[in-house]
Design a protein around this ligand. Structure first.
Ligand SMILES: Cc1cc2nc3c(=O)[nH]c(=O)nc-3n(C[C@H](O)[C@H](O)[C@H](O)COP(=O)(O)OP(=O)(O)OC[C@H]3O[C@@H](n4cnc5c(N)ncnc54)[C@H](O)[C@@H]3O)c2cc1C
Length: 412
């Protein structure tokens, strides 16, 4: 019987990255995936959502151009069906590319559910695979709330919402984490009547407090209704309504429960099982899963404090490190409207906020077009202990959003 160097269960970012890194080292690898390689990220998460967001943002921009009489359009509209088909094309193309990489790297992919039977042994589709090392990367699934169990028709999970054939007129989104906010932005762009219900006192509760407040302002401006310190007590599919904890009853076509994700379990009987990715129950982000894979196979360390977070949409929201509510910091906040590039792009909403401790950046919180790229500059500076004075010596190109980081630091 072949003994593989690595048996990896789960073909999402954690599992496939680990497989690729191991194969690059010349190790023999068997990767088990019961559904589709790419996992949640490629098939039900990051990629499909961002494809919807792309077309949603473009539509918003186009509407704004028409309003300014820059563009003329007899009848402005969109096909949700075509956007959905586009999303499938993007996912399929990326999946095919990943399958090709796995094949080229001679990774054996077993398309079945796998179970660890005993130390060093994995069973799938009636066969036993012997592996020197086992990695479990089985991911997470949408959190189901008691009394609000998913039915795929009225109460939807983040998986169900991707399969909508048409847009609802009204939707209630329970939860304002990244998934809830991104979908609120998608629906809002397509003129759906949205209400977001958040149990915490502020929207996007994990973010810096000023970011949360600004999202509330942006939601009000774009007509997205929201409740904080509130939850959904019950849902009535027949009458198409939900009852909130404050006693209000809202009529809605759909309830989308975006209340986090719970790790999937895989009982490891042996000591030799490493658990990585969402199922490790730490930070549930694709890039964190990849960092864990890199660490477990290549021994390359990562700093858990410096994992960036991004919420996509118009404008993007990104942050890293300490938040204002985490302690005492020197702070600078540069409104994006001060940037020439933001004015050119008609994207003046947001700010670049930097928190400084001594002469080092302690955290940064950005709401701006390209925030996802800007935050990476801050991560690199923080991870390499680059002082504020050294950063001031860097030449930032003009006109760019990056200049906002420089302008901000110069104000300190
Ligand atoms: C709507 C949404 C949007 C998101 N957006 C972002 C984003 O913008 N950025 C970001 O960083 N993260 C985002 N995420 C989170 C990201 O998708 C996850 O953090 C990432 O996919 C975790 O990777 P993983 O490999 O740990 O798990 P997964 O991607 O969930 O992969 C686990 C895989 O294991 C397989 N599996 C499970 N059990 C078995 C078994 N017994 N045998 C064989 N196979 C098995 C599953 O089928 C699955 O394919 C989003 C998630 C959602 C739901």
């Amino acid at each position: 019987m072949t003994v593989y160097d690595y048996g990896i269960i789960g073909g999402g970012p954690a599992g496939y990255s680990a497989a690729i890194y191991a194969a690059k080292l010349g190790k023999s690898v068997v990767l088990f995936e019961k559904d589709k390689v790419g996992g949640t990220c490629l098939n039900r998460g990051c990629i499909p959502t961002k494809t919807f967001l792309h077309w949603a943002d473009l539509y918003t921009e186009f509407k704004s151009g028409v309003k300014k009489e820059i563009y003329r359009a007899e009848e402005l509209g969109f096909s949700f069906e075509k956007i959905s088909a586009e999303k499938d094309t993007v996912c399929n193309n990326l999946r095919k590319a990943l399958e090709l990489v796995l094949k080229t790297m001679r990774i054996t992919v077993v398309p079945y559910e796998a179970v660890i039977t005993e130390e060093g042994k994995i069973s799938a589709n009636g066969e036993i695979y012997e592996c020197s090392e086992i990695i479990a990367a089985v991911g997470a699934k949408p959190r189901e709330l008691k009394g609000l169990e998913f039915d795929g028709e009225f109460i939807l999970s983040s998986d169900d919402v991707l399969n909508l054939k048409q847009l609802p007129e009204k939707i209630v989104i329970l939860g304002s984490g990244a998934i809830g906010i991104e979908w609120a932005r998608i629906f809002s762009a397509f003129d759906v009547d949205i209400t977001v219900v958040e149990a915490a006192p502020d929207l996007l509760p994990l973010a810096d407090i000023e970011v949360s407040k600004r999202i509330a302002r942006m939601f009000k401006k774009s007509g997205i209704k929201f409740y904080t310190d509130c939850s959904v007590l019950s849902a009535d599919k027949m009458n198409k309504s939900v009852t909130l904890s404050n006693g209000e009853v809202l009529r809605t076509d759909l309830l989308f429960v975006a209340a986090g994700r719970v790790k999937c379990d895989i009982a490891p009987p042996g000591k030799n099982v490493k658990i990585i990715g969402d199922c490790a129950g730490e930070i549930q982000l694709a890039h964190y899963a990849t960092c864990q894979a890199k660490k477990v196979i290549l021994g390359i360390p990562y700093n858990k404090e410096l994992i960036p977070s991004v919420v996509y949409g118009d404008p993007e929201i990104a942050w890293v490190g300490k938040r204002e509510q985490d302690g005492e910091f020197k702070k600078v906040l540069l409104p994006v409207t001060a940037l020439g590039k933001a004015q050119c792009d008609n994207c003046t909403e947001g700010f670049i906020k930097i928190l400084v401790d001594g002469d080092k950046i302690a955290g940064a919180h950005i709401i701006s077009k390209e925030a996802s790229a800007l935050i990476q500059q801050i991560v690199i500076a923080m991870q390499n202990d680059i002082s504020v004075d050294r950063l001031k010596e860097v030449c930032f190109a003009h006109p760019t959003y990056s200049e906002g980081i420089f302008e901000g630091l110069m104000r300190l």
